[in-house]
Design a protein around this ligand. Structure first.
Ligand code: NAX
Length: 365
């Protein structure tokens, strides 16, 4: 404890440093697209969209220097609600938007889209088992994959947020065979952000989230995911130099193996229990982090993204969308190869197994 106190006392962040952690260096990030980028948000009348759309307006998706033509898509019954959202977006007078269009038509929504945030999905209804949910969503994402194939930019970057996110992303990818598979991802960044904040709270003593590095989410965005700190380390707030491993900063193996992992796995449910609604603002924030890092780059920093597993260096089944540690640069990502302990490997296989099962059900329709 004395050691951590010493670390925290050495290191007091300036406001500038905290700002740069928050925006991941985007103020200086050049616009990733020449001219105007076309961005689509599905589920645009929903809760996550109601947060993310205003974050996009504030320049948190592609940096403040990227002009955006914004498309909002939802189902016909939500058309009026979407119009209200558009009115509010217009009332913000965000200079970043060159156009804002709401639609229920796939051709209008997907034509020439550069970035697609697939948030809309069918929620689990009363009496529905997981297989019903998988099938209902497989139908939606099959349709959206086909729309991407038919209408979107050939370099469209897709992130799926709607659950079951990994398998929905797989279905989308399979229905858009002329788009590079590596352009399809699913979001596990919320899990990563949740994990980092749990660790900062556990270490305490003034250690801040921006000092915590290389926390990895493996596998599925579900209760089988494996939040892994074994490659994590703490850096100095002032110099950015490595201070110690997370394992030694936490110094509580029981907490890591039990409390930490299950808290991150169950966090979505804990939010629903407390708020009566599922995570919305934090999910929107994570989606902004995911896309911004992918398009603007991570400068060597490792982040977690669920990506096509083909050719992965961990021997994970090569036909699923699995969350790996990646680094990103200008719209590309690379899966990072790290040494894996037997304990970690078993956990990675467990979540892989769930994804293989999900794929079977989703592809059976
Ligand atoms: P809401 O129910 O508030 O909104 C969903 C919206 O999607 C609704 O407006 C609905 O009409 C629309 N929609 C349904 N089918 C559609 C279709 N075929 N095309 C376009 N829009 C369609 O849910 P919200 O809280 O916004 O959550 C959206 C999704 O994100 C859910 O599936 C949710 O489970 C998932 N989440 C994923 C997370 C992740 O980390 N990957 C975390 C948060 C969230 O739980």
């Amino acid at each position: 404890m004395h050691r951590i106190n010493k670390i925290a006392n050495q290191l007091s962040p300036s406001t500038e440093e905290l700002k740069s952690v928050e925006t991941s260096g985007c103020p200086s990030c050049p616009a990733p697209y020449n001219g105007v980028a076309k961005v689509l948000v599905t589920g645009a009348a929903g809760n996550i969209a109601y947060s993310i759309l205003f974050g996009i307006g504030r320049g948190k998706l592609l940096g403040p220097n990227q002009k955006i033509e914004l498309y909002l898509l939802d189902i016909p019954i939500m058309a009026d609600k979407m119009k209200g959202v558009v009115m509010e977006l217009k009332d913000c007078s965000f200079p970043i938007f060159t156009k804002i269009i709401s639609t229920t038509d796939y051709k209008t929504a997907f034509t020439d889209i550069d970035v697609a945030l697939l948030i809309g999905a069918k929620p689990r209804g009363k009496g529905m088992v997981r297989a019903d949910l998988l099938k209902a969503n497989a139908n939606i994402f099959k349709g959206q994959g086909k729309a991407i194939e038919q209408y979107a930019s050939r370099d469209v970057k897709v992130v799926v947020v709607g659950n079951p996110a990994n398998t929905n992303a797989l279905i989308t990818m399979k229905n858009a065979p002329s788009i590079p598979p590596s352009n399809f991802t699913a979001m596990t960044r919320l899990d990563q952000n949740r994990a980092i904040s749990q660790i900062a709270d556990k270490i305490g003593n003034g250690v801040q989230v921006g000092q915590i590095n290389n926390v990895i989410i493996w596998g599925n965005h579900s209760k089988t995911q494996y939040p892994d700190i074994s490659h994590g380390y703490l850096t100095c707030k002032k110099t950015g130099k490595v201070v110690t491993s997370l394992k030694s900063a936490i110094n509580d193996e029981f907490w890591i193996d039990n409390t930490f992992i299950s808290t991150v796995q169950q966090r979505g449910k804990a939010i629903i229990d407390a708020r009566g609604l599922s995570s919305a603002a934090s999910a929107a924030n994570a989606c902004l982090d995911h896309v911004r890092d992918w398009l603007c780059g991570t400068n060597g920093r490792i982040v977690s993204m669920a990506v096509p597993s083909k050719g992965n260096p961990y021997g994970i089944n090569d036909d699923i969308i699995y969350s790996f540690p990646v680094t990103c640069s200008a719209g590309n990502y690379t899966i990072v190869k790290l040494p894996i302990s037997m304990k970690s490997y078993q956990r990675m296989k467990k979540t892989e197994q769930e994804l293989v099962e999900e794929r079977k059900v989703a592809l059976s329709i």
